[in-house]
Design a protein around this ligand. Structure first.
Ligand code: ITT
Length: 229
C-alpha cells in the first residue's frame, strides 16, 4: 500500500509529500516562459523536487511588468499569481541580461528588447529578434568590452504577499555569433568563461549548476530548510 502524507517543505505548503519514505516535493512556478520552467526543473531535480506550473496559468490575466527593477517585477508577479493558489507558496522570477557596454541594457526590458521602445510595450518580442538587436548594439564593441551578466530575482509569495526574494547572478561575455541550440532567450550569445561554453551548449541540469536562476533557486531551498529547522 502506498501511503502519502504531508510534511512542511515551506511552512504550511500543502504540496510536499513523502511517498514510501522517499521525499518527493513539489514547487509551484508561475511563468509563461517554458525555458524558465525547464531551468527550474533542472535546478530542482538533483534535490528530488518536482516543478509544477501554476494550475490554469494560461487563463490567468498576465501581470503588467512595469517595475524599474527585477525585484519589483518579481514581487509583483509572485504576489498577483499566488492569489490563484490559496495557501500555497508560489514562485515567480524576473530576470534579464545586463551588458556593461550598453549601460546595463537590456536589463528589465530583456524580454522586449527588439521593440522600438521596450519600456513602453507590454508584449514580449521574440528571442531571435532580441538577439539580433543585441548583436547590432554591440557591433563595434571589442571582445574584452562585451562583459555582462544574467540576473534572476526569484520571489516567493503566498496569498498575495511576498515572503522572501532571492537573487542569483551569472557573469559572462556576449559573443558575436550564436553557439548552441539548448536553452532560450540570450543563451546562445552568453559565453560563460568558467566552462568555456555558452548557456545554449548546456543541458538544463548543467545550466542550473552555473546559472543565475539555479543560484536563486538554491537560495530558496536553503530558506525553506531554515524555516523548517
Ligand atoms: P514570465 O514573466 O512569464 O516569467 P518572461 O519571459 O516574460 O516570462 P521576464 O519578464 O523575466 O520573463 O523576462 C526575462 C527575459 O530575459 C527572457 O525573455 C529572456 O529574454 C531573458 N532571460 C532571462 N533569463 C534568461 C536565461 O536564463 N537565458 C536566456 N535569456 C534569459
Amino acid at each position: 500500500m502506498r501511503v502519502a502524507y504531508e510534511i512542511p517543505l515551506c511552512t504550511s505548503a500543502p504540496s510536499v509529500f513523502i511517498l514510501l519514505g522517499t521525499a518527493m516535493q513539489r514547487v509551484l512556478i508561475a511563468t509563461s516562459n517554458p525555458g524558465k520552467l525547464r531551468d527550474f526543473a533542472g535546478a530542482a531535480s538533483p534535490h528530488g523536487i518536482e516543478i509544477a506550473s501554476l494550475p490554469n496559468f494560461a487563463s490567468i490575466p498576465p501581470v503588467v511588468e512595469d517595475g524599474e527593477t527585477f525585484e519589483a517585477n518579481a514581487r509583483k508577479k509572485a504576489e498577483a499569481y499566488s492569489r490563484y493558489a490559496p495557501g500555497e507558496i508560489v514562485l515567480a522570477d524576473d530576470s534579464g541580461l545586463e551588458v556593461d557596454a550598453l549601460h546595463g541594457a537590456p536589463g528589465v526590458h530583456s524580454a522586449r528588447y527588439a521593440a522600438e521602445a521596450p519600456h513602453l510595450v507590454e508584449r514580449n518580442t521574440d528571442d531571435q529578434a532580441n538577439n539580433a538587436r543585441l548583436l547590432r548594439e554591440l557591433k563595434n564593441v571589442p571582445r574584452d568590452k562585451r562583459t555582462g551578466r544574467f540576473i534572476c530575482v526569484l520571489a516567493a509569495a503566498r496569498d498575495g504577499a511576498t515572503l522572501a526574494t532571492f537573487r542569483g547572478v551569472a557573469e559572462g561575455r556576449i559573443l558575436d555569433t550564436p553557439r548552441g541550440v539548448n536553452g532560450f532567450g540570450y543563451d546562445p550569445l552568453f559565453y560563460f568563461p568558467q566552462i568555456t561554453k555558452t548557456f545554449a551548449e548546456l543541458t538544463a541540469e548543467e545550466k542550473a549548476n552555473h546559472s543565475h536562476r539555479g543560484a536563486a533557486f538554491r537560495q530558496f531551498l536553503k530558506w525553506c530548510n531554515q524555516r523548517n529547522a
